[in-house]
Design a protein around this ligand. Sequence first.
Ligand code: CUA
Length: 334
Amino acid sequence: MRRGSIVRLTIYGVLAGIVASVVAVLVPWLPTSASEEMDRIEFTFWFTTVICIAVFAVVAAAIVYSVLNFRVQPEDETDGPPIHGHTGLEIVWTAIPAVLVTAISIVSAIVLAKNDNTGPNPLRISVTAQQFAWKFEYPGGDKVVSGELVLPVNRPVKLTLHSLDVIHAFWVPEFGQKSDAVPGIETTLVITPNRVGEYAIVCTELCGLGHSTMRAPVRVVQQAAYEKYLADEAAGGAPDETSGAAVFTTAGCGGCHAFAPAGTDSQVGPSLDAVDPQGQPLKDFLLESIEDPNAVLASGYQPDVMPNTYDKSLSEEQLDALVQYLVDGQEGSE
Ligand code: CUA
């Protein structure tokens, strides 16, 4: 190959590499990391991306060079020269990708193993998913349960995921890790948050009409603030657990129903601001509609959309509190 050709090939390759690098760096492909696991996932992503950019630059340079140098001249109708392959080139373009793919596999395997490893003493939090809400049970003697996930910074957390009805999936984009919550089995997920802040859990498994509303807040705080949160929840938590407003939130009613006192405005199910009890006493009608949602359907709404598991997942006390909360919140009442 002549010297001039090598110089031109190199220039094309460098230009293609610059274009690809600009696209890789300037577009925010990933959310800002907030966990050690996400840091490792980002490393894997960039390790692979750099290799891809190098391969792209070589291939693009060869294509551009070939198009410019070997294109057929006008009115040239002769056959091209017979070419019989090039053993040296073929060995090179098989061996180099094999080495690169092996390197990516090794890096990925190490990251997967590390991202599954909690270390000796993780914080264990139980996560329960149901249509369309998340519930978190914290360790310790006080059995704190809340609809918000609060995590201390820089401590490995092992989440055990359960589902009461269908398959859901736990994902916080900034934490990177993702896992399904499957009815009947227990799945786990390891997270080591390393950036204080507020994030959101997103359900990423289509789980029903309220799927897109199935979110819950996550706060990463200092250890002291975490302990204070648990203490506050434990102190005020016991009566609050069974207050109608708390049940409305933890059972996920607001995921589908508009209700002014709770500040929700979802349109998946009928509004609860002015319920028409269809001639029944309001309390009886509300309780029946919670326990057996298909008994009376609001006009324009389909059967089997609302879960029919609340008579089992909520205690009698919680159901009464929820009904009373809805009664008190009716438009026109005090
Ligand atoms: Cu739960 Cu989608």
